[in-house]
Write a protein that binds this ligand. Structure first.
Ligand code: GAP
Length: 537
């Protein structure tokens, strides 16, 4: 199998662009391909598409729903099933409105927005500045790569980073820009955020215009109402994070589970944010799903657990096999109002490294705030310390849809095969694949259809399967490659007499003859969650 690095027509046109434009256009192509593949193969559709859709809201189709459920299972098993001291809950989306006053979301869950007067496009002011800094980091990285090439094996990266004046300048500039932005945002000095954008000569990335409005704060929460009549209706919010459902249940769960600290509460559920800029498919949605875990620890131990969870969560991602080089930590300079340390695990999406998961040391901020606003004690009696206290919290929070996008964009590949033909394959980790095996009778007649149906009926209790008897076998193989199905099982005339079938592997495309009685074991070995989970211990 040969990977596709041919010079396409589009490439030829792009040859005359600058290398940066060329690179960006290639990334855009790759991203467009993911979006269209997701629709064509029943993974993701625009929401209410027949009415022209709803911006930044998406529906998951038949294969998307399966993949999503498998991602959830991987997370739930890793967090709840493998950790004796973590339990899972499912709290309501609607919560008492005081929850959001206490958590700080009513007053502080804002993004600074800025409009471009010429293009009429809206941007997050902080993201424009962060993107500017990311470009400085790219420049530093280019210097490092150049030197690594020049010095070969003798290259000492740490020493070069510490002594090369260009790398030092690029990094110091980034640091000073980010710390000025953090300070201005903390002081709500939005005029200075705009001044910074102007001083750095940041322009609208699409049009190059730097004709900006003032920076304004915009609250991201969606409001709704509870009650039958307008006069008596109560103003509520759709939750912008699942975490608060865990905090308000801390004592209920601790008392009923009888867990001692440290222990964790995990949850998977929908969250809603009225995002200002939502242009990147399912990367930034207005309705999305989070998988969050709050780990309650004794005060003073939180930073130790924070470091532990950073590593554990990275390992969980690495077990998926998407490539170590596609992940990096980004330690926050500007901390949210509740945190004393925070980092993102960033993933290399088709549009660059972006946040996939957040790990936050949230101190005792949330439980303290809920104590104050509810008047109820949310404390833990620690028998070892012989005292009551409000626990500290380390949180891990991953966007389910973002991981979905990471998988789709990393696993979708075009390949040119040795015979010159092409195929599109979605090489998902087998445990996450929507369909584990396709049962394909070579033809429907001569009893092959019935025999294939018998195999299907026998295996359907253990695996999600599809049965397909239309189209040529080659077309059916291609279609299942594009869906990410790890195995195709072909039933032919020989099967009727010797009870064997052809088993085709999605990734190697190797075909082997196996006994029907072996199929359950073989599929299970390939697709069992154990393959992922055993890498975590
Ligand atoms: N409880 C902490 C919290 O909500 P966050 O960094 O705002 O922290 C956590 O969100 C994760 O949720 C992010 O790392 C991201 O994966 C996901 N996420 C946040 N906003 C999102 C959006 N608009 N669309 C899709 N995923 C989003």
């Amino acid at each position: 199998m040969i990977s596709n690095n041919e010079f396409s027509n589009r490439d030829k046109n792009l040859y005359f662009c600058t290398s940066n434009q060329y690179f960006m256009a290639k990334q855009e192509d790759a991203f467009k391909k993911v979006v269209s593949h997701a629709k064509e193969y029943g993974f993701i559709f625009p929401s209410s598409e027949i009415y022209d859709g709803l911006s930044a809201v998406y529906d998951y189709g038949q294969n998307g729903a399966e993949l999503k459920n498998n991602i959830k299972q991987y997370w739930w098993k890793a967090m709840v099933q493998l950790n004796e001291n973590i339990v899972g809950i499912d709290s309501a989306i609607l919560m008492h409105p005081t929850t959001w006053k206490a958590s700080g979301h009513v007053d502080a869950f804002n993004d600074p927005l800025i409009d471009n007067k010429d293009s009429k496009k809206r941007f997050r002011a902080d993201v424009l500045i962060e993107d500017y800094c990311a470009k400085l980091e790219d420049k530093a990285q280019k210097e490092i790569d150049k030197a690594a090439k020049r010095f070969g094996d003798a290259f000492d990266k740490a020493q070069f980073e510490a002594t090369n004046s260009r790398v030092i300048d690029y990094r110091e500039k980034q640091k000073s820009i980010l710390s000025r932005m953090a300070q201005s945002l903390d002081n709500n000095d939005l005029a200075d955020v705009k001044a910074l954008i102007e001083e750095l000569e940041i322009a609208d990335p699409d049009t190059g215009s730097n004709n900006w409005t003032e920076v304004r704060q915009f609250n991201l929460m969606f409001g709704t109402k509870l009650g039958a009549s307008a006069e008596h209706a109560m103003d509520l919010y759709l939750r912008p994070e699942t975490a608060q459902g865990i905090f308000v249940n801390f004592l209920n769960v601790q008392k009923t589970s009888r867990h001692k600290l440290p222990f964790g509460i995990a949850q998977i559920g929908k969250a809603f944010r009225n995002e200002i800029v939502a242009r990147q498919f399912i990367f930034r949605m207005r309705e999305f799903e989070q998988m969050e875990m709050q780990f309650f620890v004794p005060p003073g131990t939180e930073l130790k657990f924070y470091e532990e969870w950073k590593q554990k969560r990275l390992n969980w991602h690495l077990a998926l096999g998407l490539g170590e080089e596609n992940y990096k930590f980004h330690d926050h300079q500007k901390l949210a109002h509740y945190a004393n340390a925070a980092a993102d695990i960033e993933f290399k999406f088709p549009f660059g490294f972006k946040e996939l998961e957040g790990i936050h040391s949230r101190t005792d901020f949330d439980l303290n705030a809920h104590e104050q606003h509810s008047g109820r004690k949310l404390q833990y009696f620690d028998p070892e310390r012989n005292e009551n206290y409000v626990p500290y919290v380390v949180e891990t929070s991953i966007g389910l849809d973002r991981l979905f996008l990471a998988l789709m964009s990393n696993c979708l590949k075009d390949e040119v095969l040795e015979d010159g033909s092409e195929r599109t394959v979605l090489s998902l980790p087998p445990a996450l694949a929507p369909v584990k095996a396709a049962i394909l009778p070579l033809m429907k007649k001569d009893g092959l259809g019935e025999y294939a149906e018998k195999i299907f009926d026998d295996l359907k209790y253990d695996f999600n399967l599809i049965y397909e008897d239309k189209d040529s076998i080659g077309k059916r193989y291609r279609r299942n490659d594009a869906l990410g199905t790890p195995y195709c099982i072909t039933v032919d005339h020989e099967s009727l007499s010797d009870h064997t079938v052809t088993l085709r592997d999605r990734d190697t495309m190797k075909q082997e003859r196996v006994a029907v009685s072996e199929l359950r074991r073989i599929i299970d070995e390939k697709t069992n969650f154990r393959n992922l989970l055993s890498q975590l211990s």
